[in-house]
Design a binder for this molecule. Structure first.
Ligand code: ADP
Ligand code: GLC
Length: 481
């Protein structure tokens, strides 16, 4: 049995702020259980619901040195749907209403978490062959495995993988601070190791010291070797390109299933969507106070409201978009205040056409994936993107910019050959996006048969974990040897 350990800062169903949680929550379930065991280490945040916290079982505790302090490390354990989860407990770091907060505080917190996540392993008696680390919050783990933990027999042969879900976030602060929190000696703070542009950089540590690097789509794996997408680390990623590969994300096809989804009123499938899907649209129009009319072209958005997701393009043409005759725009998201307020403003201005829902709701997200006609995701960059996969699964046609995972998962409509599962545009330009939305709208309004055939194709593509989980397994096999 090969033993894998995932270490991450979020994971469905315990705590989620974005797609990382979906991936960490669903991928471990998809490995071949005859050959692979995968356990997961997470922080025991106070914001995890009591439903789960109450079921956690105390395993033990010890004290760990960090930055001249002696800190409590508690270990809690929970078996959930066949997977063993360990939670690192420390109320000083993991209380508060959200998993992340102030940057410097997060850096201290995740330095602690990286060291603690490895330190608990001998105590719980799990000796993984591979520690699979996700994003900057776990970037120090590959470094520690080559440094202090390397001394001990228990850790000596452990390999590590660093998966980049979003290169934008790197855990950067001045060298002195990161040196103090990490406890790593001077040797590690040079430009070929943890230092980048004179600062300390936790993700960079992971990228330098991991045995393999992955990211979440093939296109993003290529893009990040270029300055535009490389966030200052393109040189390093180019240098390590032999060890870097892109494996596209999947989604949990049980959780996201229009036939069994508990959040939607009218279940449907690839055969009966022509009659049934629209009933969900009617119900959502009613619920959100929009005009109740099947003919309206309902455009859905479920997203963190940040620049990454292309909201400056949307802001730029929102008035024009709202002035289209039979359009309805349904937004669910939270994030930057200027975008939250922008959508509130347009909701006020075009109340019967726009519904801005500025909060987090799993239920409403599923309803939008099921009810909308099209799903808008014009990202500036997108490592993978899961929302467009959810939309495809529900026969809701994605409209995307051709970047990262969006490019790899949405095939652009070709009206001559009647192929494609969505609409896409190349340049980061608001009117190019608007033109693409208008094209989609035209097909929806005037060529309903073509539109429905596109839904047939969208619902037929398979972005479950089946194929991608195999690719991870192959990589594990190769690393373990
Ligand atoms: P990212 O991780 O960059 O935010 P992804 O597309 O990979 O983007 O994943 C986003 C995930 O977060 C999806 O599961 C999406 O449904 C969910 N999500 C985003 N915003 C909200 C919200 N306001 N309410 C509910 N779910 C949301
Ligand atoms: C990040 C990326 C997103 C990706 C997700 C899961 O949050 O922004 O594109 O789908 O991680 O890998």
């Amino acid at each position: 049995m090969k033993k894998i350990l995932f270490v991450a800062s979020e994971c469905v169903p315990f705590v989620k702020t974005g797609g990382l949680a979906d991936v960490v929550g669903s991928l471990p379930q998809c490995f071949d259980k005859k050959y692979f065991e995968c356990r997961v280490v997470l922080p025991k945040y106070m914001c995890i619901s009591t439903e789960y916290r109450d079921k956690m079982e105390y395993v033990g505790h010890f004290y760990m040195d960090m930055d001249n302090k002696t800190l409590y490390v508690g270990i809690m354990k929970l078996e959930y749907e066949g997977i063993t989860y360990y939670f690192v407990d420390n109320e000083h770091y993991f209380s508060g209403p959200k998993p992340y907060g102030d940057v410097l505080w997060d850096i201290e917190k995740f330095c602690f978490f990286c060291k603690a996540a490895l330190s608990i392993l001998p105590v719980v008696g799990y000796q993984p062959d591979i520690v699979h680390c996700h994003d900057w919050q776990t970037g120090l783990i590959p470094v520690y495995l080559k440094e202090r933990f390397h001394e001990g027999e228990f850790f000596r042969n452990m390999k590590s993988i660093m998966t980049i879900h979003n290169l934008k976030f790197q855990g950067v602060w001045d060298v002195k601070t990161i040196k103090a929190y990490s406890g790593l000696p001077d040797y590690y703070f040079t430009p070929d190791k943890l230092e980048a542009y004179k600062d300390g950089n936790m993700l960079k540590g992971g990228l330098v010291f991991a045995d393999a690097i992955t990211t979440v789509s093939e296109t993003y794996a290529e893009e990040i070797k270029m300055p535009f997408y490389g966030e200052g680390l393109d040189g390093l990623l180019k240098a390590r390109s032999n060890d870097l590969r892109g494996i596209v994300n999947g989604i949990d096809y049980t959780e996201y299933n229009p036939t069994t989804d508990k959040f939607i009123q009218f279940p449907y499938d690839a055969r009966d969507f022509r009659k049934e899907k629209v009933k969900n649209k009617r119900a959502l129009q009613e619920e959100l106070g929009l005009d109740k009319d099947d003919k309206k072209f309902m455009l859905g958005i479920v997203s963190r409201l940040t620049d990454q997701k292309g909201f400056d393009l949307i802001a730029y043409v929102m008035d024009e978009l709202c002035q289209m005759d039979d359009i309805q725009i349904v937004i669910l998201g939270t994030g930057e205040e200027r975008y939250e307020n922008m959508f509130r403003h347009f909701d006020w201005k075009y109340g019967n056409k726009v519904s801005a829902n500025i909060y987090y709701s799993e239920g409403l997200s599923h309803k939008i994936y099921a009810s909308a006609d099209a799903f808008l995701m014009p990202s500036l960059f997108e490592p993978c993107g899961l929302s467009q996969l959810m939309a495809l699964r529900y026969g809701t046609i994605p409209i995307v910019r051709e970047t990262g995972g969006l490019k790899d998962t949405v095939e652009s409509y070709n009206k001559y050959e009647s192929t494609g599962t969505g609409f896409s545009f190349l340049n980061y330009n608001a009117h190019e996006m608007l033109g693409t939305i208008r094209f989609a709208y035209d097909v929806f309004i005037n060529q309903k048969r073509e539109w429905n055939k596109m839904i047939d194709r969208a619902m037929a593509v398979d972005f479950s974990w089946k194929v991608s989980a195999l690719k991870y397994q192959e990589m594990y096999d190769w690393l373990i040897g």
